[in-house]
Design a protein around this ligand. Structure first.
Ligand code: 1CP
Length: 367
């Protein structure tokens, strides 16, 4: 694939400004690995690399509510760049949250410190569903502005855009907040299948629109976070979730930017999540990458998968465990591996341990 085709907009659309901006990162180790091309070293980034583990984040966020901060482009730029400067990771992830597009379409959602997203009026009936209108590009000028500024500043370092997948977003909307068992969500999925299908279909459109806004503004890759989908059995995933997730992937396929698909506890779902349509499959720490490669099938890159809790152990243990991840990734044949944790950075993690881990992976894999 040439640089021009990767930067092009889908057929029938005029090439976006974002396409031209994104060109600078085309040959980065991260994008080469996502395309399964030879790399100078295994690229590394961390889910939740921006945020509460960094003192410089806590300082700039002081007194500013989480969702307000997501609408302040200068602040978003600064927070997104902080882990890139500090850890020398191979990619930046846009600082935002999966519920930002829900807020943009008028859902009354807040992110409460120590809890997470809380929805004032959960969506549980056909009437409630009417409140979930489509997301228009003009709803999020602050996203377009922040992505544009970031891509200029990042140059050859790629920016990953992201969104929440329909199931994970539905879980927050139906439960009204974070949930371990997702019982109200599953009750709708099993008991009101038509309402459920309509809900995840609307969410697929909102999610696709959110990803398009970020790609059009210059994001080099996108990650669909289906963090809580591991709560489902494969048959239920196939029937009730996969069509909506596939709709999202199909909607952005034409841009030629790598699409990453990630969830936690998804060992049994990896074949289906791969089929749902992704170029890179994110794997949590429960499945070794060589086993994940078989489940995911040929033609896909893998991202992962050091247990985040390992970072609390002494440095030599972190390095041994990181080496095990790199060894398991050798089954991919020398490329197609993006090193990451099996889930996000935790707020109490020592940032220096993360910086050391990036340097270790780079040195251990230098070609
Ligand atoms: O005040 C604060 O600092 C609030 C903490 C916080 C942060 C830093 C929240 C609340 N969201 C974020 C930013 C965020 N959220 C990012 C960008 C930072 C980065 O990755 O470097 C991203 C990618 C997300 C995505 C996100 N939000 C996910 C998917 C990723 C994952 O960890 O699985 C999910 C599930 C959310 C919901 C959410 N938002 C915030 C919290 C604490 C949660 C989880 C709540 C729960 O347990 O259900």
């Amino acid at each position: 694939m040439s640089e021009t085709s990767a930067a092009a907009a889908p057929s029938g659309q005029t090439p976006s400004e974002g396409g031209a901006r994104r060109g600078a990162a085309y040959d980065s180790a991260f994008l080469r690995a996502a395309r399964r091309e030879p790399v100078p070293h295994t690229p590394v980034w961390f889910m939740r690399q921006a945020g509460r583990s960094l003192p410089e984040y806590l300082k700039v966020r002081e007194g500013i509510p989480m969702l307000d901060s997501c609408m302040m482009p200068e602040l978003v730029k600064e927070i997104t760049l902080q882990p890139v400067r500090r850890h020398k990771v191979d990619a930046a992830i846009f600082f935002s949250d999966i519920v930002v597009p829900l807020k943009a379409v008028g859902i009354d959602v807040d992110i409460k410190p120590g809890i997470g997203p809380v929805i004032a009026d959960p969506i549980r009936t056909v009437e409630d569903l009417q409140r979930l209108r489509p997301l228009e590009p003009d709803d999020m000028p602050y996203i377009t502005e922040a992505v544009g500024m970031l891509v200029e500043e990042l140059g050859a370092t790629p920016l990953i855009g992201f969104a929440g997948a329909p199931f994970t977003l539905a879980s927050y909307l139906v439960e009204g907040g974070p949930s371990k068992s997702h019982e109200k969500t599953k009750a709708m999925m099993y008991g009101q299948p038509e309402l459920w299908a309509a809900l995840v279909d609307r969410l697929a459109d909102i999610t696709a629109a959110f990803l398009k806004i970020q790609i059009e503004a210059g994001a080099s890759a996108v990650q669909l976070f289906d963090s809580w989908v591991g709560a489902l059995a494969p048959d239920d995933y196939r029937r009730s979730v996969m069509p909506a997730s596939s709709k999202v992937f199909d909607a952005v396929a034409g841009y030629g930017v790598p699409r990453i698909h990630f969830g936690v506890g998804t060992g049994e779902l990896l074949p289906l999540m791969s089929q749902a349509g992704a170029d890179v499959v994110g794997v949590d720490w429960r499945v070794p990458l060589n086993v994940a490669a078989e489940r995911v099938g040929p033609g896909k890159a893998l991202q992962g998968n050091l247990d985040p809790a390992v970072l609390y152990a002494p440095t030599h243990v972190v390095e041994t465990k990181a080496r095990e991840v790199l060894h398991a990734a050798q089954s991919l044949g020398g490329s197609g591996h993006i090193f990451n944790l099996g889930h996000g950075v935790m707020p109490s993690m020592d940032p220096d341990a993360l910086t050391r881990l990036v340097a270790f992976v780079h040195e251990a894999t230098e070609r």
